[in-house]
Design a protein around this ligand. Structure first.
Ligand SMILES: Cc1cc2nc3c(=O)[nH]c(=O)nc-3n(C[C@H](O)[C@H](O)[C@H](O)COP(=O)(O)OP(=O)(O)OC[C@H]3O[C@@H](n4cnc5c(N)ncnc54)[C@H](O)[C@@H]3O)c2cc1C
Ligand code: FES
Ligand code: FES
Length: 493
């Protein structure tokens, strides 16, 4: 049985097909129609709801695309929709701001936009433009434009008094604590035909996998749910890893960053910023806030898509994976993990436990570039990650990871060989660029042609060379730009 708070009321779901999404449950079962269906694929944001969870005994508000969130994922959380914001006849400050600033025209996308702004208002106490753009990056509005919506975001921080959610926070925490009382139980949901299990511990998870070898693993569902909503398949058995404590941790040791396979992408960004800011910057362009808060590293790797964004970066960083089953635990290099198109080394009784990322080496420079048609919320045509070490003007190490260039995320071994041991100069880069055609014969598809992919990869290597060159200049304390007057024979200054 799934138990959660529907706004402020305890709610339970039993005897239900676990393939049902939260949006379907709201609209078809509860007849609560404030959340809209635009795309049913996580792209438009019209179905955005807010999920509040207890994190260190505080309420953490985040958004989710209800169209691709399985109903089982609600367990232990508070579900808030646009219909819950109003108090008697009084609109919530976020709704009032949207009215005052004319942020709503069609009304179809508006509930999702309101929920993204509401979650933002709960997370921060003042307007910040970058943060607001990020919060709205998964909400498409095609008629008003975003200007009045941004104006509403400025106004929404000016309520005269606390809203009902702040006033009721202690009560909400108590109710959530009660629901989550037996933290170690395996939560289940079934309609007799299709079954869902949400273990709380790693041991429970691997035992469930052993006893249900055909079950599909799910964490955020931001890939898996599309099999149901877009390809109209039914998943007979699911094991949800999102509650497994051991898989949600993030630790930094003296040699590596260890990210649990079920940890959300969004909650790892702050730590990654300290070690690999380029990686963290790329994650800001991975899907949109809703998807990053729900989706995981384990899901991105386990999905084994050739256009997944984290694998190329992790390949360039020489990351390893810990694969765990009920009977064993083994470490594999990510480089060996992808064996063919959507094929991996993962055995049917295993899950991706930890992602192990070595800490930055001295003299190493990481550059990550995501090429897509849109800045936000778009799948990459090419993702290139360059990790080069330069010592005394010579490239001592090079690991290059690419996505969108082959049937799997892949290292560029021939290009690496052309770089290692060579002077860090244009001639070396020109030679290495030719080797990219040895490493890759990319496909043409709707995102880019084969020729474009190869050309853009060469250009990105050039870009990395220029940017790393500038960093080396700064490290060696040489001025980047010489005062123009000093370079002239005759100064008119
Ligand atoms: C609108 C939208 C935009 C997107 N944009 C991007 C993007 O820009 N870049 C990008 O790379 N991806 C993107 N994605 C894809 C998706 O969000 C990511 O791949 C995400 O990381 C998947 O994580 P998840 O937890 O939701 O995976 P799930 O959907 O839960 O699972 C995905 C697959 O991995 C398996 N799996 C999950 N966890 C584990 C585990 N611990 N061990 C073994 N197998 C596991 C599942 O069985 C399933 O086959 C986008 C998706 C949507 C809907
Ligand atoms: S309906 Fe478009 S994101 Fe859910
Ligand atoms: S207000 Fe709905 S598309 Fe812009």
């Amino acid at each position: 049985m799934i138990r959660f708070l529907l706004n402020d009321q305890p709610h339970a779901i039993d005897n239900c097909d676990p393939n049902m999404t939260v949006l379907e449950y709201l609209r078809n079962e509860l007849k609560e129609n404030s959340s809209k269906e635009g795309c049913a694929s996580g792209d438009c944001g019209a179905c955005t709801v807010v999920l509040a969870e207890l994190v260190d005994d505080e309420l953490n508000y985040r958004t989710a695309n209800s169209c691709i969130t399985f109903v089982g994922n609600l367990h232990g959380k508070q579900l808030i929709t646009a219909a819950h914001l109003k108090e008697q006849d009084k609109l919530h400050p976020v709704q009032q701001a949207m009215v005052d600033k004319h942020g709503s025209q069609c009304g179809f996308c508006t509930p999702g936009i309101v929920m993204s702004l509401f979650a933002l208002q709960k997370r921060s106490d003042h307007y910040e433009r970058g943060e607001t753009l990020e919060a709205l990056s998964g909400n498409l509005c095609r008629c008003t434009g975003y200007r009045p919506i941004m104006d509403a975001a400025v106004q929404m921080y000016e309520p005269a008094e606390d809203d009902q959610f702040t006033r009721n926070a202690e009560h909400t925490k108590k109710s959530l604590n009660k629901i989550n009382g037996d933290a170690d139980e395996v939560v289940t949901l079934s309609n007799g035909e299709h079954h869902y299990y949400a273990p709380a511990t790693l041991q429970q998870a691997v035992e469930l996998i052993a006893s249900h070898p055909k079950a599909r693993l799910v964490r955020g569902g931001t890939d898996l749910a599309l099999e149901v909503t877009q390809h109209l398949r039914t998943i007979p058995e699911m094991i949800d890893l999102s509650r497994v404590k051991e898989l949600n941790k993030l630790t930094v040791t003296d040699t590596e960053i260890v990210i649990g396979g079920a940890r959300s992408l969004d909650s790892s960004v702050e730590t990654l910023k300290n070690y690999y800011p380029e990686f963290a910057d790329m994650l800001a362009r991975f899907a949109a806030k809703q998807v990053r808060q729900q989706g995981s590293f384990g899901g991105n790797i386990g999905n084994a898509s050739p256009i997944g964004d984290t694998p190329p970066v992790l390949l360039a960083l020489n990351a390893n994976l810990t694969l765990k089953s009920a009977s064993h635990c083994r470490d594999v290099a990510l480089e060996d993990f992808f064996t063919d198109y959507r094929q991996t080394l993962l055995k049917s009784d295993e899950l991706i436990g930890d992602i192990l990322i070595p800490l930055p080496e001295e003299n190493a420079h990481l550059k990550v570039y995501k090429i897509s048609k849109r800045q936000d919320d778009d799948i990459s045509a090419v993702l290139a990650a360059f990790n080069l070490s330069v010592v005394d003007g010579v490239i001592s190490k090079a690991s290059l990871g690419f996505g969108g260039m082959a049937a799997t995320p892949k290292r560029a071994k021939a290009t690496e060989a052309a770089l290692i041991g060579q002077p860090f100069n244009q001639a070396t880069i020109d030679n290495a660029k030719q080797q990219l055609a040895v490493d890759f014969q990319p496909l043409s598809d709707m995102r880019a042609s084969s020729e474009y992919r190869l050309e853009v990869s060469r250009n990105l290597l050039q870009k990395a060379f220029i940017e790393i060159g500038l960093e080396l200049q700064q490290e060696n304390d040489s001025p980047l730009f010489v005062d123009a007057t000093q370079t002239r024979i005759c100064s008119h200054a």
